[in-house]
Ligand binder design. Structure first.
Ligand code: GCV
Length: 667
């Protein structure tokens, strides 16, 4: 395996379809992305199998026919057997004995069809008679980069920024093309290129000092069907416009944005729009001027409207100056409380971007109650691929395992009310904070490539199972067979293990402040961030029921009822919703305390098994990949040991109660 190539490896086995049929192709269509889809077909056959391709002038003599339905239809024999309609960005593949076809109604669909065809070919999963018809469930499939112009990345664990260095756009063009290929091949169609905390030079990205370079970057992504979506600073009218205010209802402010956004569109006419973090963690926003978030967003949306742009407005708005002494505040309520009353007030080109959980990408959190509750607002879900709270790409944590559970969450127990059912309707897409950087393997931990891959696949089809994704990614990356199967198994074991050795049962933020790696049980206990667990000698947790902060009541009735009652609440989230005594009896008949001990002993042991399993692959893997992953696993084992022992010791010291099974707890 070559790490840099990710899921486009040089193949060691012949393709499962005949080489001459792959070689001789006929295509019809027009447009930049169409041309690129054909170019990708040719490029990847050459790169992965060393098959040179040849365009033939006559459809009948071609082994593979690719193109757009409108252009191919008049030429295709047996067209009545083709699907009557292929949805936007979708494709249809049919494998024949003599000839295979890849067709789409639009250019992006053809590109996705080519990638899918090649991915299946690499997995040895195509044979005559196969028909594959797919279309993305949701329209927006976005990567958010939290990259700063100085080249650093907020919460980045894979080296410096892919885009910037020394306050300039500075990148290796070939590498950027490779990145666009990786993203497009799993269906990504939007990339935001700078940190939502828009500080220093990044404020100037929308000015002529940077726009020519941003336009060049947009041109790299354009043939891949990917449009850019920079992050804006809400206070820009002041910081770069020289105005005395950024009040969204001030006509001078609105006029300034209109002018500035028109300027941006002169350079990048197909810009997707902008993303904004406002009134959050120190960023400026409409609250500063006594305005609502609808007023703030709509002003920017109006400036984008003539250009067909969309505004992505983040809901990560909460008070980060709380007093731990004050038990009446509950940060988990914040996004809901700030946005639910605005339902129906946003302009039609505004989409709210809502983190999947009410806090902040914690290891175990429930799904945010805004999903399904917003009835007249367009929105997308935000996930995090970069492993801020899930092990910094030192620890292995296969995130599609978590995402599968999020997609299956039923918001209301009504018809079509699971997250995956809402996708493509009110839930118009998914965004995720990217985990990539300049490290040769893109993601620091080589196996963390699976998270990038998995996000794209799940954003394309939220009904996909994480097991299928793990096997698919492993087969593409390591070649189908025993090694890939073993690695898929390791991936699938990783999230449950991480959950076990991390903070228990939905307690959040027991992590080292600031950096967010490694345990610090009371690190956020007396801080301003609203992140408390309030453990004492007898009990732990925040009561978020109707007797406490009332958070459970924000859910639709069925969920409110389940979460309200500890006996019905999913046990993994028990301490997110409830304050419980350590002697509370859980479903297995053991106390809460004993369950905390057990999960932590088990979590460490699970990591030890993962390490041994990895070692069993030594002779099957490229030495560099083997060694680099092994060294991360060794660090993970050490981290799991710290978590296990610090958590267990903490609760042992609080309670004085030893492990019922007599295992060693340090005092
Ligand atoms: C980009 C968390 C992270 C911050 C991040 C923020 C956000 O608080 O720790 O680094 O800032 O989320 O999502 O805006």
């Amino acid at each position: 395996m070559k790490e840099y190539d990710c899921w486009f490896q040089k193949q060691t086995q012949a393709p499962c379809l005949s080489v001459p049929s792959l070689k001789r192709f006929f295509s019809a269509g027009a447009g930049m992305v169409y041309d690129h889809a054909i170019a990708e077909y040719r490029f990847l056959l050459k790169k992965c199998w060393d098959i040179p391709t040849e365009a033939v002038p006559d459809l009948r003599s071609a082994g593979t026919v690719l193109g757009l339905v409108a252009d191919l239809n008049p030429l295709l024999p047996g067209k009545e057997t083709l699907p009557a309609k292929i949805p936007a960005e979708g494709f249809y593949i049919r494998i024949g004995h003599e000839q295979s076809i890849i067709i789409a109604a639009d250019e992006a669909g053809l590109l996705y069809g080519v990638y899918r065809f090649l991915a299946l070919l690499m997995q040895g999963a195509l044979k005559p008679g196969d028909e594959i018809q797919e279309a993305p469930t949701a329209r927006l499939r976005m990567l958010n980069h939290w990259d700063n112009l100085d080249g650093s990345i907020e919460r980045g664990y894979a080296g410096r920024s892919l885009f910037y260095q020394d306050n300039h756009l500075q990148y290796d063009k070939e590498r950027m093309v490779a990145y666009a290929r990786l993203a497009a091949s799993v269906g990504i169609n939007r990339i935001s290129i700078n940190n939502v905390n828009v500080r220093s030079a990044a404020k100037l990205l929308i000015t002529e000092a940077y726009l020519p370079a941003v336009a060049e970057l947009a041109a790299v992504f354009r043939p891949f069907g990917i449009r850019l979506l920079p992050a804006l600073n809400f206070a820009a009218p002041k910081s770069i416009g020289g105005l005395s205010t950024a009040d969204p209802l001030d006509p001078a402010v609105a006029a300034w944005w209109k002018e500035q956004i028109s300027l941006v569109y002169r350079y990048i006419p197909d810009l997707a729009g902008f993303i904004v973090k406002a009134d959050s963690e120190g960023e400026s926003g409409p609250f500063q001027y006594g305005r609502t978030h609808a007023e703030g967003a709509n002003m920017l949306a109006a400036a984008l409207k003539p250009h067909g742009g969309e505004l992505i407005w983040r809901c990560f708005v909460y008070n980060c100056q709380q007093d731990w002494r004050d038990h009446s505040m509950d940060r988990a309520r914040a996004a809901y409380d700030n946005f639910i009353a605005l339902d129906g007030q946003f302009a039609d080109n505004v989409l709210l971007q809502i983190k999947y959980g009410p806090l902040d990408f914690q290891v175990l959190e429930p799904v945010m109650p805004l999903f399904g509750a917003l009835k007249n607002t367009r929105y997308v879900m935000e996930l995090q691929i970069t492993q801020e709270y899930t092990g910094h790409q030192i620890d292995l944590c296969f995130l599609p395992w978590l995402w599968e559970r999020i997609m299956a969450f039923d918001t209301a127990y009504g018809p079509q009310s699971r997250i995956r059912d809402l996708a493509g309707k009110s839930l118009e897409g998914f965004a995720a904070v990217a985990n990539t950087g300049r490290d040769t393997n893109w993601t620091g931990h080589t196996l963390a490539q699976a998270n990038l891959y998995g996000f794209g696949r799940m954003a394309w089809n939220p009904a996909l199972e994480s097991e299928a994704i793990a096997r698919e990614w492993s087969a593409l990356t390591f070649g189908p067979g025993h090694t890939a199967e073993t690695i898929a198994g390791i991936l699938l074991a990783s999230y449950p293990a991480y959950e076990n050795y991390n903070a228990p049962f939905g307690i959040c933020f027991m992590v080292t402040p600031g950096i967010h790696y490694g345990p610090n049980i009371e690190g956020y206990e007396f801080s301003k961030w609203g992140t408390y667990h309030r453990a004492d000698r007898k009990a732990i947790g925040v009561d978020r029921t109707s007797q406490g902060t009332g958070y459970t009541g924000l859910y639709a009735p069925e969920n409110a009822r389940r979460f309200e009652d500890p006996a019905q609440c999913p046990e993994k989230l028990l301490l997110f919703f409830h304050r419980l005594n350590y002697d509370y009896r859980m479903k297995n008949g053991e106390t809460l305390l004993q369950n905390i001990y057990d999960t932590h002993f088990v979590g460490y042991d699970q990591v030890a098994v993962m390490v041994e399993t990895w070692k069993s692959l030594e002779n099957d893997l490229d030495g560099e990949v083997y060694d680099s992953v092994l060294s991360r696993f060794e660090r993970q084992l050490e981290n799991a040991r710290e978590w296990r022992d610090q958590i267990n010791t903490y609760f042992y010291r609080k309670t004085g109660i030893a492990d019922a099974r007599g295992r060693r707890i340090y005092d």
